[in-house]
Design a protein around this ligand. Structure first.
Ligand SMILES: C[S@@+](CC[C@H](N)C(=O)[O-])C[C@H]1O[C@@H](n2cnc3c(N)ncnc32)[C@H](O)[C@@H]1O
Length: 223
């Protein structure tokens, strides 16, 4: 019963009222603000090679801003969008607290995306793990069509079976999460015409680096 309650949209949303509850909901356990950004830097370390001071990045489901704040020195501008207005509010407070000037956070209703420019890089981390696979397909397709620059890159995190039966899924139970196999991800990305540049195997997830076209090489010359 408690598990079911915790996994509802309402509980997800209410957790954004304070930093304490928001950090537990988005990070899995409590850490203070400095530790949160350090964790963000560690987690995103292997992705830094795809970033560039001349490139803009959109994070889908940016939560309280852990990733964007952690990589803010490595991009030109970062936008975060999230369905939870309270998380966006905390992300803005943290951004100010760390003196960061190149990030913006927007809430939206999960359906109509806010009016945003095109981005060189679109990043998702920890969002698809709670969404049905059809919804993920829809989001990847829409984000690519409406917000990815020609030749741009998508970096997408998919929870995999390694996350089953461990501390990470214990609080809500495995059934609250959606796990992906490599075959399913390849099927999705191939159907959408995305090319695989790299696959990173993180402890609980596959992180796919994808390009929307053959022009990636001229866009990101080091690939
Ligand atoms: C586990 S948190 C991860 C937050 C952040 N990406 C990180 O790594 O710290 C998942 C986030 O996805 C957001 N989210 C859930 N459904 C979403 C949707 N349909 N569109 C955008 N964000 C969504 C939640 O509000 C939450 O902030």
């Amino acid at each position: 019963m408690i598990k079911r309650l915790l996994s509802t949209n309402l509980a997800w949303r209410m957790s954004g009222l304070t930093y304490l509850t928001a950090v537990i909901a988005t990070n899995g356990y409590y850490v203070n603000k400095g530790q949160l950004i350090r964790i963000g830097k560690e987690e995103n370390n292997t992705l830094l090679k795809y970033l560039d001071k001349s490139r803009n990045l959109l994070e889908f489901g940016s939560g309280i801003g852990k990733n964007l704040i952690a990589i803010s020195d490595h991009i030109k501008f970062g936008y975060g969008i999230d369905i939870n207005p309270y998380y966006c509010r905390i992300a803005k407070i943290l951004t100010k607290r760390f003196g960061i000037q190149n990030l913006l956070f927007f809430r939206y209703d999960g359906k109509s995306f806010p009016s945003l420019p095109k981005f060189d890089i679109i990043y998702e981390n920890g969002v698809f793990e709670r969404l049905p696979k059809e919804a993920v397909t829809h989001y990847v397709e829409t984000l690519r069509k409406d917000f990815l620059s020609v030749g741009g890159m998508m970096i997408l995190y998919f929870l995999n079976e390694n996350a089953k039966h461990i501390g990470f899924t214990k609080r809500l139970g495995d059934s609250a999460y959606v796990f992906w196999t490599k075959e399913e991800i390849t099927d999705l990305t191939t159907r959408l015409g995305l090319k695989q540049i790299d696959v990173h195997e993180w402890p609980m997830a596959y992180v796919y680096v994808l390009s929307d076209s053959d022009t990636l090489k001229s866009y990101f010359p080091h690939f």
